[in-house]
Ligand binder design. Structure first.
Ligand code: DLL
Length: 438
């Protein structure tokens, strides 16, 4: 039996029975594989090398035989080499810069954009939003998919959209107050910045109508969510996506906040062992691999996201029958190895925020001393801690050091830095600085 959760106005597809969904996925998969084979040279070559044809896909399980696609494929075929439709059918391009070299370019047909809008509309509804909401979109507008993705989804829902884009932070807070904004879409790190800038102008988000945050585009921990929810008195929802697959709207939390529902009628998820490429069963953690079941301008078949998670197939109390993925705590390429120990930045954030009174503004610096790799964590302290007579800075530093060291099992140097010294982000936060000598 399907229980419709509060505030839902999702399309019927969210409630389809599992067996029908599998049939739909297979039909869409067969069609998209044929389309990619017919129009994308790189894909056809890899299929041919493996003596596979589109007819080799007879069941969903057959997907496991197909070759993977990786980010380098997009760079190697820059700019239009993976397009599967002629340019006159392509109506939008987006690009993601990455840290090095050429950007990766992604393309959409009109129908692809409609699907994107639909999954974003469902995402907004899953956060309890409706046409009565005023939604401020503070993801960057432009080549980044965040701004326009959230914009069209919120608009399709009938909400009143405030297309603020990133930056000009003080004015953003003013708009939130003056317009009575009820939801903000941005990166969690930028929302922290909004809270802080508001305070400087005597605006406390807790006293305003804002009640929902749609946060994603970067990893954030449960501890960070708690801080944000407490400091703004809102409900924070985790939204996941990536340019290569569509942008935001691949997966979203529901009111249960126990994982992100993946819109698997459009994006087929697999989890693989990142070292062997072997498909892992639901429940096991590994690298998320996604196949776009109906994106025609640039189909991605078995795209290795590098994001680490697991599939949760148990039914969700919200009533949606599509599966969930666990929050993406990290990417396989975020991990660093210090003296043989694997460390994820998210572990450091978790430890840091478990200490009462710490600020969520920090940097992780990797450096070499006497030939050994080390970690330094710079944590900003706020004015309150400065003036806290009860707890000395030394004891705070010791507490943080202990929390981080016991979680990661390595010695770390913790430095407390003065308020406002850690750079604030307007989009995706950069918190790890690798200054190791190689
Ligand atoms: O960040 C799309 C997006 C925009 C998602 C707005 C959510 C909200 P890219 O710039 O291509 O696209 O970056 C994609 O960001 O592979 C993850 O590593 C990371 N990422 C995105 N959402 C989350 C999330 C957009 N909720 C890359 N949690 C992905 C953790 C996330 N990491």
């Amino acid at each position: 039996m399907y229980q419709y959760s509060r505030n839902d106005n999702l399309s019927a597809l969210d409630f389809v029975r599992g067996d029908y969904l599998r049939e739909l996925q297979l039909a869409r998969l067969q069609k998209i594989v044929r389309h990619a084979y017919d129009h994308v040279e790189l894909f056809r070559r890899r299929m041919d090398e493996r003596k596979l044809t589109p007819d080799s896909v007879r069941t969903l399980g057959d997907l496991g035989k197909l070759p993977f696609m990786v980010k380098a494929d997009l760079r190697d075929t820059y700019p239009f080499g993976l397009f599967a439709e002629p340019l006159d059918k392509i109506v939008r391009l987006h690009a993601s810069s990455g840290t090095t070299g050429k950007p990766i370019v992604v393309a959409y047909t009109k129908a692809d954009l409609e699907i994107w809008q639909e999954v974003m509309k469902r995402s907004m509804a899953s956060c309890g939003l409706s046409s009565r909401d005023i939604v401020q979109v503070s993801y960057g507008y432009g080549l980044f998919t965040g701004g326009l993705g959230a914009h069209y989804g919120a608009e399709a829902l009938g909400a009143t959209v405030v297309p603020a884009s990133g930056g000009n932070t003080r004015r953003q807070v003013m708009l939130i107050r003056d317009f009575g904004v009820t939801a903000v879409c941005c990166t969690p790190s930028y929302f922290l910045h909004l809270i802080e800038e508001g305070r400087k102008d005597g605006i406390d988000l807790r006293e305003l109508p804002i009640r929902v945050g749609v946060f994603g585009a970067e990893p954030w921990t449960a501890g960070m969510r708690q801080r944000i929810e407490d400091e703004a008195d809102i409900k924070a929802f985790d939204i996941y996506g990536l340019s290569e697959i569509i942008g935001p709207g691949v997966a979203i939390e529901c009111s249960e906040h126990k994982g992100l529902h993946i819109f698997e009628d459009r994006f087929y998820p697999e989890i693989i062992d990142p070292d062997t490429g072997k498909v892992l069963p639901d429940g096991e953690t590994g690298e998320l691999v996604l196949t776009t079941l109906s994106k025609y301008a640039m189909p991605m078949i078995r795209y290795r996201t590098r994001d680490l998670t697991r599939i949760i197939s148990e039914p969700c109390a919200c009533g949606r029958t599509i599966r969930r993925i666990d929050r993406i705590a990290s990417r396989s390429d975020d991990m660093f190895i210090i003296r043989g120990v694997n460390v994820f930045p998210s572990q450091i954030e978790t430890a840091l925020l478990s200490v009462k009174g710490t600020s969520p503004h920090y940097n992780i610096i990797l450096y070499t001393e006497n030939g050994m790799d080390n970690i330094e964590v710079d944590v900003e302290i706020n004015e309150e801690i400065f003036s806290d007579k009860v707890r000395s800075l030394e004891s705070l530093q010791a507490e943080i050091t202990h929390a981080v060291e016991s979680l990661i099992g390595l010695r770390v140097k913790v430095k407390l830095v003065a308020p406002q010294l850690i750079q604030r982000s307007e989009g995706k936060a950069k918190r790890v600085f690798d200054r190791r000598m190689r």
